[in-house]
Design a protein around this ligand. Structure first.
Ligand SMILES: Nc1ncnc2c1ncn2[C@@H]1O[C@H](COP(=O)(O)OP(=O)(O)OP(=O)(O)O)[C@@H](O)[C@H]1O
Length: 594
């Protein structure tokens, strides 16, 4: 890694491999180099580079040979450089697609490119966090469609996001941090804002761990400026930050164990002030806030009478966390919608697109939950897509060069996908059934059901030495053992209706927009009406959005950029053969089992 060589091609340009140098190499990303790739008469003569993929896709659109629309699928493990690579691609398109052909006096193209690029710092502030593996790790998947008109100019864009890791709002693993935006607000607020949001310097918040780490990402000004460019004015921004400050205070609302089960838990001594501030910032009555955290509503009998039951300490804590998660998730979706509204181009204004997909890589931790199952399922889907195109490109290359070859009869990962999402029975269908039956979840029983129902599928097994109920899925990238405990609850992702009602009645204009009251029903009726919601589970939603994405990808001409992390420590110029070769092994051979 002494040189600046970090890119190489495999398989007839079908896939670019990008090795993360973990140090800035400005010479690799200059305007001049961009220009060189953009104006080259023969792209084949140029060195592999992310700009080469960008230019190739751009020219493919210009050539109008079907499929005209292009997609660039950027993959790799956490910290491998996906976000960096996606940013490079966006910068390239924003530069070349807004070049000389813009008519004098027209600022539309420039405006749109600026907005598209400004979506990055905003999305990263709200959706990225410092983890053990990457100090700016994307905690959501992103597909951005860059829309081009007949003159090949960028006229608009749209962003689709997947599976935000919202649990991070209320729980951060040791040495990890919450989403960047919380630190930006806490560190960057002005003195006036500090007073307004009750954020004195040096204040401590349980949901703001490791704030002493100073990261480049803790730059509030950059986020604010980008939000302004995206049409979010300063009063709306303040509204957003006020809610975030409210969530930080909510995180400090701790409960004491109650000695009498029939009585609610009391607030910890210092938590009273936090509850007061949180309720002020979220514009909800303090007693109501404490009440919904301390009591569960139960409706029973023919008359659907409502009872209140005091929650034990752990449940009150869970309700507090749930409140924060639902607010943050809605806020994130709202932000994406606002960004989309500001970068959107009317369909009559564009004819083709280049889509960039930046999704979380394959995950395997000592303990794996529903989130990892969804992430790894998405990676299986993309792997299947990759393998089919990789082989196609390989065989076309052989044919072109006149090699004699016989068709590779590769074994794809269909049986693994069948195990996860197949019909009539799969892990997803069994999880959904448990949610539908709405019975007290019995993890041992669910493990047995998975074991029996999928006994014919060689991709599913159990770790019999682990006493917790589990199942192992043999993914293309390796075996992952998933913990059954908590999966059904996470799949339901329930939000107690009284929490929603609290937010619907907030006096805060943004919360009112995020949680509109059901106009057909009033007051307490709402609680009863919402006690039996139709269950749309997490896996069903995720599967549906992924299928929609795959449909788009299948309709485009795909290009792959596989980002490689050369060492786990994120050290500059350190290339660990054994770690890299493992990545290559996965990349090149695992998919091609004969
Ligand atoms: N081409 C590059 N040149 C210089 N630095 C790079 C390059 N690619 C990545 N990096 C460095 O590596 C870090 C991690 O990259 P990045 O955040 O893009 O990883 P990622 O694959 O998106 O990770 P995650 O899945 O956790 O979001 C970046 O913050 C940057 O410092």
């Amino acid at each position: 890694m002494a040189s600046n060589f970090i890119y190489l091609f495999i398989s007839a340009g079908c896939s670019l491999v990008a090795v993360n140098p973990f140090r800035p190499i400005p010479a690799l990303y200059t305007q001049e180099l961009m220009e060189e790739y953009h104006t080259a008469s023969c792209l084949q003569d140029l060195k592999p580079h992310v700009f080469l993929v960008a230019e190739e896709t751009y020219r493919n659109v210009e050539s109008q040979i079907p499929p005209v629309n292009q997609s660039v699928i950027v993959s790799g493990e956490s910290g491998a450089g996906k976000t960096w690579t996606s940013r490079c691609l966006m910068t390239f398109y924003a530069t070349v697609a807004a070049s000389s052909s813009v008519p004098k006096g027209s600022i539309t193209a420039e405006k749109i490119e600026k907005r598209v690029l400004d979506s990055n710092p905003v999305m990263e502030a709200f959706g990225n966090a410092c983890t053990l593996r990457n100090s700016n790790s994307s905690r959501f998947g992103k597909y951005i469609q860059l829309q081009l008109n007949r003159a090949q100019l960028l006229t608009g864009a749209s962003i689709q996001t997947f599976l935000l890791e919202k649990t991070r709002v209320a729980y951060q693993a040791p040495q990890e941090r919450n989403f960047h935006i919380f630190y930006q607000v806490a560190k960057g607020a002005t003195e006036v804002e500090r007073l307004e949001w009750s954020l004195p310097r040096g204040a401590t918040f349980s949901w703001l761990p490791n704030s002493e780490k100073s990261l480049e990402e803790d730059n509030f000004d950059v986020t604010r400026k980008a939000m302004s460019h995206l049409g979010i004015d300063s009063s709306m921004q303040n509204n957003v930050f006020k809610i975030l400050a409210g969530l930080l205070h909510l995180g400090n609302v701790g409960f004491c164990e109650s000695e009498d089960e029939s009585q609610p838990c009391t607030l910890e001594a210092h938590a009273k002030d936090s509850a007061k501030t949180a309720s002020r910032l979220l514009a909800v009555p303090q007693e109501r806030l404490v009440d919904v955290l301390s009591f569960r509503r139960i409706t029973a009998g023919k008359q659907r009478q409502e009872f209140k039951k005091a929650c034990p300490k752990a449940e009150s804590g869970m309700r507090r966390d749930c409140l924060a998660k639902v607010v943050y998730a809605k806020l994130f979706d709202w932000l994406v919608a606002v960004i989309n509204a500001n970068i959107y181009a009317d369909p009559s204004g564009w004819s083709n697109f280049i889509g960039l997909l930046d999704v979380y890589g394959f995950e395997s931790f000592p303990e794996n939950h529903l989130e990892q199952l969804c992430i790894n399922y998405a990676n299986e889907k993309l792997q299947q897509h990759f393998v089919s195109h990789f082989l196609k490109a390989q065989q076309e290359e052989y044919a072109l060069e006149g090699f004699e070859w016989s068709f590779i009869n590769y074994q794809d990962n269909q049986s693994c996908l069948d195990a996860i999402e197949g019909s009539p029975v799969s892990i997803f269908s069994l999880l959904n059934e448990e949610c539908r039956l709405n019975r007290p979840s019995n993890t041992g029983q669910l493990q047995t059901r998975i074991e029996v129902a999928l006994s014919d599928n060689r991709c599913v097994s159990q770790d019999r030495f682990w006493k917790e109920p589990n199942f192992i899925v043999s993914h293309y990238a390796g075996n992952v053992c998933y913990r059954v405990e908590g999966m059904v609850e996470k799949n339901k992702d329930p939000v107690p209706p009284e929490l929603v009602l609290l937010l619907q009645r907030s006096q805060d204009p943004l919360l009112q927009e995020l949680f509109p009251a059901d106009a057909s029903r009033s007051g307490e009726d709402n609680v009863k009406a919402q006690t039996k919601p139709a269950v749309v589970t997490v896996v069903s939603k995720f599967k549906a959005s992924l299928e929609q994405l795959m449909e788009i990808l299948h309709s485009t001409s795909p290009h792959y950029i596989r980002c490689i992390k050369p060492n786990a420590e994120c050290e500059a110029a350190l290339f660990r053969q054994e770690e890299v070769s493992l990545s290559f092994l996965l990349l090149l051979y695992k998919a091609l089992k004969k």
